[in-house]
Design a binder for this molecule. Structure first.
Ligand code: ZN
Length: 129
């Protein structure tokens, strides 16, 4: 209910370019209550988004298990070290996040472009795309 501004006497619609304007209808809840509850929900939403994108685990779901090819999620950190974990039941693939990040960085380093080739590459990309 508190996601829709109509309940506090306002209107928002794509016809109005999604601007929020005063409606002519009687509000069910006050704007103050709407904003108060909406603020609480925004805080909860922000918290859950933060949990989904843990900055200590940038390869979560991006990397897959070598044994069963299931996306790696994470295991609660132990002794201040994060671990990636295969979510397949019975597959005991756990990877130390620091080790995996190091290996990933090594792979990225293989794809560095020589400084003198950057300008011609940019020119070619401009022609291609
Ligand atoms: Zn696995």
């Amino acid at each position: 209910m508190f996601h829709n501004v109509v309940y506090c006497g306002l209107i928002s619609h794509s016809i109005l370019d999604d601007q929020v304007v005063e409606g002519k209808h009687k509000p069910i809840v006050s704007k103050a209550l709407f904003l108060k509850v909406h603020g609480i929900q925004e805080a909860k939403n922000h918290k859950s988004k933060h949990n989904k994108a843990n900055e200590n685990l940038p390869l979560k779901v991006f990397t897959t298990c070598a044994a069963c090819e299931s996306p790696l999620t994470y295991l609660a950190k132990k002794k201040n070290i994060y671990y990636y974990k295969c979510k397949t039941v019975g597959c005991s693939c756990n990877k130390n996040a620091n080790d995996l990040h190091g290996k990933f960085t090594d792979i990225l380093n293989l794809h560095q472009i020589d400084e003198k080739l950057i300008a011609p590459l940019k020119t070619q990309l401009k022609y291609t795309f």
